[in-house]
Design a protein around this ligand. Sequence first.
Ligand SMILES: [Zn+2]
Length: 273
Amino acid sequence: MQNRGGVFEFAIFADRNWTDWLPTYAWAIEHREGVIVVDTGQGAHLLETGKSYHPYARWEVAFRIDPDEEIGPQLRALGIGPRDVKRVILTHLHMDHDGGLAHFPNSEILVAAGEIRTASGWAGRIRGYLPQRWPSWFDPAPFELAAEPFGPFARNRKLTDAGDIVAVATPGHTADHVSILVQDEDITFFLAGDASYNESLMLAGKVDGVSPDERTSSSTLNAIKSFALAHPTIYLPTHDPQSAIRLADRRILGTPTRVVSQEPGNKLRSVAR
Ligand SMILES: [Zn+2]
């Protein structure tokens, strides 16, 4: 592995029984401060939980993966071992984002403080989280977002010394959901988590059915859109089947025909599904 600043994506699961194929992507950033992983995808073990009557979990349980599709084996295939990953940042704690945590026992794990509170304990379980499935050692480092705007986003927190990776508040899907902005030269890789399920829903300002807070989600979508139209942005939601293609092509939102040539220092590989 070379320490250069590439962004990789991993299709953590592909459910062949789902009407439309939906991926869960996780992201690895080769950064000079160490590899940073954003979200960890689904875990095969999480799908043995049996019945859940929470609408979110019912929806999620439709997905299936095999153990070798989890993020650990996929990272190793790229030559990135668990000890290479300095930090794991989670956009939120739904099970298709924290399901691969077991692969990172030695990494610092960063989660927004409010999200940890919401997801923990019985109250978290009632809300559709699976705190009982977290690894026993799971003790994330909570971070607070400063009440300082970052473009159209009300709160932000820089997560690297270089200041080039920033968490911004994108509430709605969960109250403390964050998106991670990776700024590389003039391009922003917008790791949107579940702020919207795909790019067209975001551009249309359409709030998905799983979101508990429609008004908040809607203003988040507006903020993302105004950011993405004002800065060269590659928009990468977790479940958008086009995310991998957009990343591979370096497709800037709003300029569908433009393909930004890869910088010599950037590496990109996609992992097979
Ligand atoms: Zn979610």
